[in-house]
Design a protein around this ligand. Structure first.
Ligand SMILES: C[S@@+](CC[C@H](N)C(=O)[O-])C[C@H]1O[C@@H](n2cnc3c(N)ncnc32)[C@H](O)[C@@H]1O
Length: 243
């Protein structure tokens, strides 16, 4: 069976090399901004859904919360367990389309476009339904996605980056409802090709989807500094929704 692209690309060290500027510092600053604006109850239990290598989960745990990180990638979970796991901070492999538990968490976060990968709207909605079910009553969901309104000026010229002697040739294009990135990697004479395919889901669709799952939207922001959302120009669509 051919693996879905997101089960392959995020599981490679090359994803982490290419996105290495998306680091612990960026995560710390965003989490600090969020917790300042929205403190959580003491002893809150959080789920970082699609936690990657755990950069946000660590910051949440450093703030005194109990945190579980779930990610599809075996390699990411192994990395997070080796580097960050401790009492009150654990990581498990799992698929966000599967049951995430029942009334377990005070907050769920899904950050840095860890969504929009699936082929059907049914799967997308299922994830929001799973999150709703996994939250305790009055629990909250912090969601951070790209803002497709700003992608119309996407750079479709090929781009080359060399990082630690690894060459990345990147091509972006918009095809139908998806933004597709082809990443050709050349590493010590070996070449590999990976894809990213993310659905252009607009803020108005997310509002509908959240409502359908039962959420009430409390706040919307447009960047990691938590500036007010401008749907036409903000780089991110960040929302805080309440069960
Ligand atoms: C763009 S990365 C972001 C990771 C992390 N949130 C961060 O900010 O560093 C997306 C993550 O989603 C995970 N992922 C993809 N599909 C998933 C699924 N179906 N269930 C759970 N995690 C998934 C990937 O393995 C990857 O770690």
């Amino acid at each position: 069976m051919i693996k879905e692209w997101f089960a392959t690309w995020f599981n490679t060290p090359y994803y982490h090399l290419l996105y290495r500027h998306r680091d612990l510092n960026e995560a710390r600053s965003f989490i600090d901004n969020w917790l300042q604006a929205h403190p959580l109850p003491n002893n809150a239990h959080l789920l970082d859904l699609a936690c990657g290598r755990g950069r946000h989960a660590v910051q949440l745990a450093d703030n005194g919360y109990r945190v579980t990180g779930i990610d599809l990638s075996k390699e990411n979970i192994a990395f997070a367990n080796n580097h960050f796991a401790r009492e009150g901070l654990n990581f498990v492999q799992g698929d966000m389309r599967d049951d995430l538990g029942n009334r377990q968490y005070d907050a769920v976060v899904n950050l840095f476009t860890s969504f929009g990968y699936f082929n059907t709207q049914k799967e997308n909605q299922q994830v929001f339904d799973n999150i709703f079910q996994a939250l305790k009553p009055n629990g909250c969901f912090l969601f951070d996605y790209l803002n497709p309104n700003t992608l119309s000026h996407i750079n479709t010229n090929p781009e080359t980056k060399v990082i630690d002697d690894v060459r990345f040739d990147i091509l972006r294009r918009i095809e139908g409802e998806y933004v597709i990135k082809t990443i050709r990697v050349e590493d010590r004479g070996n070449t590999h090709t990976f894809y990213e395919k993310v659905k252009l889901i607009y803020p108005h669709t997310f509002r509908e989807m959240l409502k359908t799952s039962g959420f009430t939207i409390e706040q919307e922001w447009g960047n990691y500094q938590l500036s007010t959302l401008n749907t036409g120009s903000s780089p991110r669509y960040i929302t805080l929704a309440r069960k």
